[in-house]
Design a protein around this ligand. Structure first.
Ligand code: RIB
Ligand code: CA
Length: 322
């Protein structure tokens, strides 16, 4: 990847529910030569909002960078029920890694208000790797925002593959389907980086055997422990060959940085809301005779996984396998 001057960097805001792969995504973004991370907003999801906010602050501190963090939604739009993902991220959200104390604090401004003012400038891409609640709340406060946001890259959904929470629903959409449908229907240009591609973009035991991540990185211990937890969660029992785990959230950051890492196609995407069996499903209209979508969503269909995973390992300090 080419180095660019600071003025040419792509301004982005990350909206996260940190979470193991969110922490990886934060480090991937903060090590990017092409992205300018202006702020990070937290949302409930992989843990409660206090946990995900503290983990976000910690990820930033361990990166050695200074980026403001804004605390966001504590529950989905339509209910007070928060369904966390302890099995995949641990009770502390970071795979039970021993966490150093967090020194900083979230900014006083709530995430939705920060998003509304920061995105109104019209030049900043939002990379959302959590429930879409914060953005939905910002749109509720300022509906005109939909016309100002150049792009939202969403890690979420499952277009032509099974879900990971229910047979048809992916976690970030399942966790707040009303928010997701509102965003998909808002007219904001959305790129959907769903399980269709994130399940192709995996870290494997081959990468972990290299001895990385680089112990010089302040986040190395947390990353190593969290990755092993995540690997075990994705590969229960005694797997026969190398284990693999999907790099969901880092891939969304990679797409914001370099859209050519995936191929996409525009579709109408609705989120199923009513029926308990299909709730949270991303319903993609792939009929040959489908009417032109009013609000097309660019759905990622294929990914150059070797290129992405190689860059992920290089950037986070893993020794590369030749
Ligand atoms: O389905 C994967 C998504 O759910 C990722 O964003 C992960 O962090 C979890 O929130
Ligand atoms: Ca996430």
């Amino acid at each position: 990847m080419n180095l660019v001057g600071d003025e040419d960097r792509i301004p982005v805001i990350l909206d996260v529910d940190t979470g193991i792969d969110d922490a990886m995504a934060i480090w991937y973004a903060l090590e990017s030569p092409r992205l300018d991370v202006r702020g990070i907003t937290s949302c409930f999801g992989n843990g409660g909002i206090e946990v995900t906010t503290q983990n976000t602050l910690l990820a930033v501190e361990l990166s050695g960078r200074s980026v403001p963090v804004y605390q966001g939604a504590a529950h989905p739009l339509a209910s007070g029920v928060v369904d966390t993902a302890e099995a995949f991220h641990g009770a502390n959200g970071l795979g039970e890694a021993v966490l150093p104390p967090v020194r900083g604090h979230a900014e006083p401004e709530p995430a939705a208000e920060y998003l509304a003012s920061a995105l109104a400038g019209g030049d900043t891409t939002l990379v959302a790797t959590a429930r879409l609640t914060n953005l939905a709340l910002a749109l509720a406060l300022h509906p005109e925002l939909a016309r100002r946001i150049p792009r939202v890259v969403v890690m979420g959904g499952a277009a032509f593959c099974p879900g990971n929470v229910t047979p048809v629903a992916e976690a970030n959409i399942w966790g707040d389907p009303e928010a997701a449908d509102l965003v998909f229907q808002s007219g904001i240009p959305v790129t959907m980086v769903g399980l269709d591609v994130t399940h192709q973009a995996c870290l494997t035991d081959r990468h972990l055997r290299t001895g990385g991540p680089d112990p010089e990185r302040a986040y190395a211990d947390v990353l190593a422990t969290a990755t092993e937890f995540y690997m075990r969660a994705y590969n229960p029992g005694t797997p026969a060959g190398d284990r693999t785990c999907p790099l969901h959230d880092p891939l969304a950051v990679a797409v914001a940085e370099d859209p050519t890492i995936v191929t996409t196609k525009p579709y109408s995407v609705r989120v199923a809301l009513q029926d308990p069996v299909t709730r949270g499903m991303t319903v993609v209209d792939a009929r040959g005779h489908a009417p032109a979508p009013a609000h097309p969503v660019e759905v990622a269909l294929t990914v150059d996984a070797p290129r992405f995973v190689h860059e992920f390992c290089r950037r986070l300090g893993y020794n590369l396998v030749p």
